[in-house]
Design a binder for this molecule. Sequence first.
Ligand code: NAD
Length: 467
Amino acid sequence: MAENSYDVVVIGSGPGGYVAAIRGAQLGLNVACVEEEKLGGVCLNIGCIPTKALLTSAHLVAETKDAAKHGIQFGEVTYDLGPAQERSRAVADQLNKGVGHLFKKNKVTHVQGRGRLAGPGVVEVTDADGGTTTLNARNVIIATGSRPRSIPSFPIDEERIWSSTGALYQKKAPATLAIIGAGAIGMEFADVFEAYGTKVTIIEALDRVLPLEDAEVSKFMERAYKKRGMDIHTGAVVEGADVGKKGVTLTFKDREGAEHKLEVEAVLSAVGRVPNTEDLGLDTVGVATDERGFIQVDPHLRTNVEGIYAIGDCAGRQLLAHKASHEGIVAVETIAGVSHHTVDYGNIPNCTYCEPEVASVGFTEDQAREAGYDIEVGKFPWVGNGRALAGGHAEGFVKVIRDKQYSEILGAHIVGPHATELIGEFVIGRHLESTVEEIDHAIHPHPTLSEALAEGALAALGRPIHI
Ligand code: NAD
């Protein structure tokens, strides 16, 4: 193949792009991956991974507060976000280097610079010094991701009004923090900063926290966070922010329409993300986007232009790393002609790594009813599980929604210990079209948290054993 000519050029090396590149190379394709920043994208460098490092630290902080119960007596204990923040950077750096090694091992060419479509089958890459390289591509996969949405009435400056990126680089927990938006980002950072001593106020426009989760899960989490001393305003909309030398005065309207002013040291704006699809040369070749800028794709991730694919956040739907990786595999396997499978968007798990953890897959109870299913709902509380009690974390529940006709698992919702690890069982169950009876028939080891999943399945049949 001529120099700078590839079977596939992937633009972006997040969990969508780098996975697509490696899978393409495994299939014998000659692949280049263009990245203007660090390999691994948002997820690995300023998203999923460093936040999970911080959340692990926050979890340990919370555990120390309970240490006396285990016979551990500390002298005076102090909590300092600084070292935890440094550790989170080290974890991200280690993984970032790991992607570089995987590229070498799989013979993926890493091209450093900003890629843009310069014509059919042509990607132009501009490096940091302004130099350009032209790559010829039989196929292009656009995997450019998304960035935090900045709202004009409280624009992100990363000094006083942070995005998730600014929040990740704080070495000191502020005395007070307002978090706008109670989606995954808002709820995860609330956990981290509260653990390190910040007085956190959450303001959410919709009528509950984690509004995409089952309503009972949202209710549980709101109560759990309030018990920790956080202030939560739902149905409340932030209208403006005055940034001063010492902090920010936020103006927001509560659900009754009354106006409030809140003085805080800093603000985290966690109000969603927008796709990185500008200045990519999409118009040059005529790639269609929707009204919000997300690239439109078919079930095989093909755009309207032959040979151009889009995956991950820039292609819309759920903005989740695991969805991006799967789309990457589907796209590149379609290019290689080895597979015709598609992504099952109805069976993508949602995970929020706050304390307690929240995870779900499939329909919420309200969605199942709205879809017209005749359902039975089972709820098994963690207090009925020996391992959870022994581990000292028995708050929350496993909720299973089954369709009465075929006993299909319509939805599963876990709030409690290791929820994000445990949800995988229901993902596989739904993938294999298992019934709730089959979840119970599969023998779960004792004593484990996993037993509560089988109990949740039994609860959906009206016959849990341990409650
Ligand atoms: P989100 O869309 O999930 O939540 C944003 C929230 O902000 C919404 O609930 C919205 O009602 C609220 N909001 C918007 N404008 C507001 C205003 N003016 N005042 C008050 N509230 C307002 O977005 P996010 O939490 O920023 O996360 C972005 C994306 O990244 C999401 O798709 C999320 O799933 C993904 N993400 C996932 C994880 C995870 O899986 N653990 C972690 C981080 C981010």
